[in-house]
Design a protein. Structure first.
Length: 85
C-alpha cells in the first residue's frame, strides 16, 4: 500500500501540475478556489485526468473531476485515489 501523501505536499504537486503541465496561472490560488476560477475548462479536465493516471497511476474520471468543487476537494480526491491504489 502506498503511503498517504501529506496534504500540503500534494497541494504543491497539484499546483505544479496546473502551472507547469496545464499552463494555468496558480499564483495566489487559495485551496477554496473553484476549478472554474482556477482556469480548468473541459479540455483541461481531460488533460488533468490523463496526467494523473500517467504520473500517479490513478484513474480519476472526467466526471469525478467535474464534480470536484474546489482545489482543496480535488487535492482530497487525488490523495484518496493514491491511498486506495
Amino acid at each position: 500500500m502506498t503511503a498517504r501523501p501529506e496534504g500540503p505536499l500534494m497541494l504543491r504537486e497539484l499546483e505544479a501540475i496546473l502551472r507547469d503541465d496545464l499552463n494555468l496561472p496558480t499564483e495566489q490560488l487559495p485551496p477554496d478556489t473553484s476549478l472554474e476560477k482556477a482556469g480548468l475548462d473541459s479540455l483541461a479536465v481531460v488533460e488533468l485526468s490523463v496526467l494523473l493516471e500517467e504520473r500517479y497511476g490513478i484513474t480519476v474520471s472526467d466526471a469525478e473531476l467535474n464534480r470536484t468543487a474546489t482545489l482543496h476537494h480535488l487535492d482530497v480526491l487525488i490523495q484518496r485515489k493514491r491511498y486506495e491504489r
